[in-house]
Design a binder for this molecule. Structure first.
Ligand code: NCD
Length: 359
């Protein structure tokens, strides 16, 4: 059985296979309708969502499967203190595949290790958002045919934006060259920079303002300020409105650049760009459906050839208590901490739940 908790759960080959299936499903929908008949997708949304939940529901129902779940945790047994592990064990009996979104980093990993059915991470705190990254890569490939060699700017709140984290790691895996564009205090966190350099040998250029690099970018990926995740010591007033992509900035961009955004946008991406042929953000949200259709079918084993061998990872139980207050191991205290080891130029250890480096 396979899960998608982080993109590390899939090999590049498997990701390319999912893209091929998604393209087939997008162009010849009728061939695939019916493939999930009598299968159920449980949507466990402990955090707000529009696109992710609706596109998963749309994907499952377009394959003639059914959906059940919640988007308001206050109406569930969480309010009575039920743990993620127990919820996972129970939902296993009600559905065939789970998608979960939760505010704690590593929460999807907990669900995956206690459910006997495939689990998909629909966003875990400020950690990762792997299905968004699949959609993003697929959207780039459809316009530009490949990621390799492209200069990709990731712009905005890179500290707390989980979509930006998964996107940067994914671009790097497929040979894109990253430029990180973030106001002070919102730069890409050390755990991502470390993976980029140790696993992919990439040290991205880091700048504060998109105007410094706009002429060089093939892709400009904007991401909103994650106000709901800012720690109390960061004053939202000082960073709110500190970056904006608009027509004046795009005047200096390449004529075939792509403007991307996982959405929702707040005030970092001007509406005047919606008519610009370089805008690809609504295409991104449309592509979320075939990507999630292909992913569900693959994880359910309905397309045998797609998922072959998961990448090898080195994960062990440990006595190290993670220092990230948002890590699920600091909330669900029955969990035994686990560490993942990477061997790049040096050996690096990170919390297997939230990715934070072991100090
Ligand atoms: C993102 C998310 O929830 O992380 N949205 C999405 O799933 N498309 C991005 C965000 O909320 O900023």
């Amino acid at each position: 059985m396979r899960h998608l908790v982080t993109l590390d759960d899939l090999s590049n080959f498997e990701i390319e296979q999912i893209f091929r299936l998604a393209a087939g499903m997008q162009s010849q929908h009728d061939t695939w309708a019916g493939i999930c008949r009598s299968k159920l997708l449980a949507t466990l949304f402990y955090e707000p969502s529009t696109r992710t939940r609706l596109s998963f529901e749309s994907a499952m129902e377009r394959l003639n499967g059914g959906t059940l779940g919640f988007s308001d945790p206050s109406s569930t047994s969480v309010t009575k203190g039920e743990t993620l592990a127990d919820t996972a064990r129970m939902v296993t009996n009600y559905a065939d595949v789970i998608v979960v979104r939760h505010s704690w980093a590593g929460s999807a990993r907990v669900i995956a290790s206690h459910a006997n059915i495939p689990v998909i991470n629909g966003g875990d705190g400020s950690h990762t958002h792997p299905t968004q990254a699949l959609t993003d890569l697929y959207t780039i490939i459809r316009r530009k045919s490949q990621i390799e060699g492209l200069t990709v700017g990731v712009c905005g709140d890179l500290m707390y934006g989980r979509a930006a984290h998964s996107f940067a790691l994914a671009v790097s895996r497929f040979g894109g060259n990253l430029v990180h564009i973030a106001p002070k205090g919102l730069q890409m966190p050390p755990w991502i920079l470390n993976r980029l350099s140790q696993i992919h040998g990439q040290i991205p250029l880091e700048v504060e303002n998109v105007t410094e690099v706009i002429e060089t970018l093939d892709v400009i990926y904007v991401n909103r300020l994650q106000e709901e995740r800012l720690p109390p010591n960061v004053n939202a007033e000082t960073v709110r409105g500190s970056y904006l992509l608009n027509a004046a900035v795009m005047k200096n961009a390449k004529p075939d650049a792509m403007i991307m955004h996982p959405l929702p946008r707040v005030n970092e991406l001007a509406y005047e760009l919606d008519e610009d042929p370089r805008a690809a953000y609504f295409e991104q949200s449309a592509n979320a459906v075939p990507i999630r259709m292909a992913l569900i079918a693959s994880l359910l084993g309905l397309e045998q050839l797609i998922l072959t061998q998961p990448p090898i990872r080195y994960i062990e139980e440990s006595s190290y208590q993670c220092k990230n207050p948002n890590c699920v191991t600091n909330h669900e205290t029955y969990l035994v901490p686990e560490q993942e080891t990477f061997k790049g130029n040096e050996e690096v250890n990170a919390c297997a739940y939230c990715g934070q480096l072991v100090a």
